[in-house]
Design a protein around this ligand. Structure first.
Ligand code: FAD
Ligand code: DLZ
Ligand code: SF4
Length: 509
């Protein structure tokens, strides 16, 4: 009988035909899965994220066993648990007499390096659960002065044929974003599908409460899907009930509506319970059947076929130093309000509270509330990156860091975006109902009670003038700033400095 090899399946690789499993031989090889301290603590993950992954891992292992695989699964509190992925590989290699490991490339440089350093022979195969391979992205990126998602996305549309009518984009345009910026609607008539914890989930919830109960975040009301059948039902529910209005209200934010018309499918796609291909196909089918308008189908598909693929391409192309870039040299410490300390800013209080309760906030809350504030206030992007990696259920470095370090903080100097996403309170007021319940006044530009976003917006532009003045997309902002009275400019900068001093001193702002 030939010597068995180990097949590593990580917590976000829960796909039956993932590369390492495809390459393995069921009659010979041994699957290794492990809940380990190193992965569960390299940042202090939200308890719901850990519970989701551990429950989904346990169910996936059971399914592989039913399918005839020899699976060696280590639970978190197993006394023999070696505590890390390489440690578990070594332990299992000794147990079964293996020397070789087949792995699917992890989604974080940290773990890729750990597997490279493992004394066993580890073959890392490309993770091909995406539309574009590393080579495909690099071929597209090579020689371009700037990488812009929109052009990459169009190539992906042409190549996959998704939302194409011959060689033309469906409906005549590539992008319908102009129709997708409606302010919050009066009422939301749907909510995402929720799942009552079964015995596996209940066991994991008890374990996570015991081991990680002190991490930021609540386990209450855990209702995520933890197996592919449930995730598929969540997809189909979203397509029928939320997708038709997804486009219109994609950018809206409401105090009492956490989900609006968003899908909540990122955690499932990122962990492997759903494939991006089946999600895009379901949205396209709904449009073809006339159930969903083109602005909704296109807006949704662009996030997956465009943004999700694009940020992954950037992460792997830019290399291991990417998550720690800080091109704007922002050094302020992440303030306690990100961990739920009291703040008078209603938008931040709501986005952070929702994050603590649900391990979820939608894109505009992440980008234009918590991200926008951090950028305007000059928060250290590495600290912020770690925060996003910790607090969201869908966070892995390959997708989180280009969104945080690149799109949201411009700390990569413009690899992901052509200009920083900054706004004054006006944008938040237009797109949300947060300002109505705020201690600050969004209409007030200076003085007692002025919205901090209004002050910090100009402070940001002023302190980074050298870098952004020549940016064609920001010229208008500088012209408006320059047209203001010198006295007013001075007042704004002085009040912004005073606000930032209070923030850094740990005062409630
Ligand atoms: P929907 O609004 O329903 O969108 C549909 C799908 O599109 C999502 O499920 C997701 O897979 C994909 N998508 C949308 N926007 C993006 C994007 N910018 N990049 C990649 N995929 C996208 N997404 C993550 O999956 N993991 C992260 O750790 C993460 N961190 C982020 C950090 C910041 C600072 C910002 C601004 C965005 C981040 N995003 C991240 C992108 C986006 O916010 C989430 O994908 C989205 O909010 C997930 O919720 P949803 O499934 O309801 O998405
Ligand atoms: C995020 C995570 C956590 C919390 N725990 C585990 C674990 O115990 N075992 C495991 O195999 N994977 C876990 N993961 C997912 C990995 O951290 C993930 O594979 C890497 O971050 C690469 O994306
Ligand atoms: Fe946020 Fe300013 Fe609106 Fe308050 S007034 S909710 S701080 S944007």
């Amino acid at each position: 009988m030939s010597v068995p090899r180990l097949v590593l399946v990580l917590g976000d690789q829960l796909t039956p035909d993932i590369a390492a499993l495809r390459a393995a031989d069921k009659s010979r090889d041994v699957v290794v899965m492990a809940e380990v301290k190193a992965e569960a603590t390299y940042v202090r993950h939200h308890p719901k994220k850990i519970a989701f992954l551990f429950a989904a891992m346990r169910k996936f292992a059971a399914r592989l066993r039913e399918d005839g695989w020899d699976v060696r699964y280590t639970e978190y509190d197993d006394t023999n648990n070696a505590g890390s992925i390489p440690g578990e590989l070594l332990r299992r290699a000794e147990e079964v007499g293996a020397e070789e490991v087949m792995a699917t490339e992890p989604g974080e440089w940290r773990l890729i390096a750990a597997l490279e350093e493992c004394p066993l022979t580890v073959r890392q195969m490309e993770d091909d659960r995406f539309f574009a391979s590393h080579k495909r992205f690099d071929d597209w990126a090579e020689g371009r002065k700037a990488l812009r998602m929109e052009y990459f996305y169009r190539e992906m549309r042409r190549e996959t044929g998704i939302l194409m009518e011959g060689d033309k984009p469906a409906g005549g345009a590539w992008n319908y974003d102009k129709e997708n910026r409606k302010p919050p609607p009066g009422q939301i008539d749907t909510s995402p599908m929720s799942f009552t914890p079964d015995d596996t989930v209940k066991d994991v919830l008890a374990l996570v409460e015991r081991e990680f109960g002190d991490n930021f975040g609540s386990l209450d009301g855990f209702a995520f899907a933890t197996e592919p059948g449930q995730a598929r039902r969540a997809l189909s529910h979203f397509i029928t009930h939320a997708l038709p209005r997804f486009g219109d209200f994609q950018d809206a934010m409401m105090r009492d509506e956490k989900w609006l018309y968003h899908s909540l499918l990122s955690a499932y796609m990122n962990a492997g319970l759903l494939s991006p291909q089946e999600v895009c196909a379901a949205a396209e089918e709904a449009w073809k059947a006339g159930d969903v308008p083109i602005n909704a189908a296109e807006g949704f598909i662009r996030q997956i076929l465009g943004w999700r693929e694009f940020v992954r391409g950037v992460y792997f192309r830019e290399g291991p130093d990417y998550p720690r870039r800080n091109q704007l040299n922002h050094q302020r410490a992440l303030p306690p309000l990100y961990w739920g300390a009291k703040t008078h800013m209603s938008c931040l209080a709501h986005a952070v509270a929702q994050t603590r309760d649900e391990a979820y906030a939608h894109h505009i809350q992440r980008l234009m509330v918590t991200g926008n504030f951090a950028l305007l206030a000059g928060i250290n992007p590495t600290e912020l990156h770690e925060w996003y990696l910790e607090v969201y259920i869908d966070a892995y470095e390959w997708v989180e860091s280009p969104n945080t370090v690149g799109m949201s903080q411009f700390a990569d100097g413009g690899v992901v975006g052509s200009k920083p996403y900054v706004s004054s309170g006006n944008y938040i007021d237009r797109m949300s109902d947060y300002c109505k319940g705020c201690d600050y006044d969004v209409k007030q530009k200076t003085g007692e009670g002025a919205c901090p976003f209004n002050l910090l917006y100009w402070h940001f532009l002023d302190r980074h003038r050298d870098r952004f003045e020549g940016n064609a997309r920001m010229g208008n902002m500088y012209r408006t700033w320059d047209r203001m009275d010198a006295d007013k400019r001075e007042t704004i900068l002085g009040e912004a400095d005073a606000f930032l001093d209070r923030l850094s001193a740990g005062k409630t702002v």
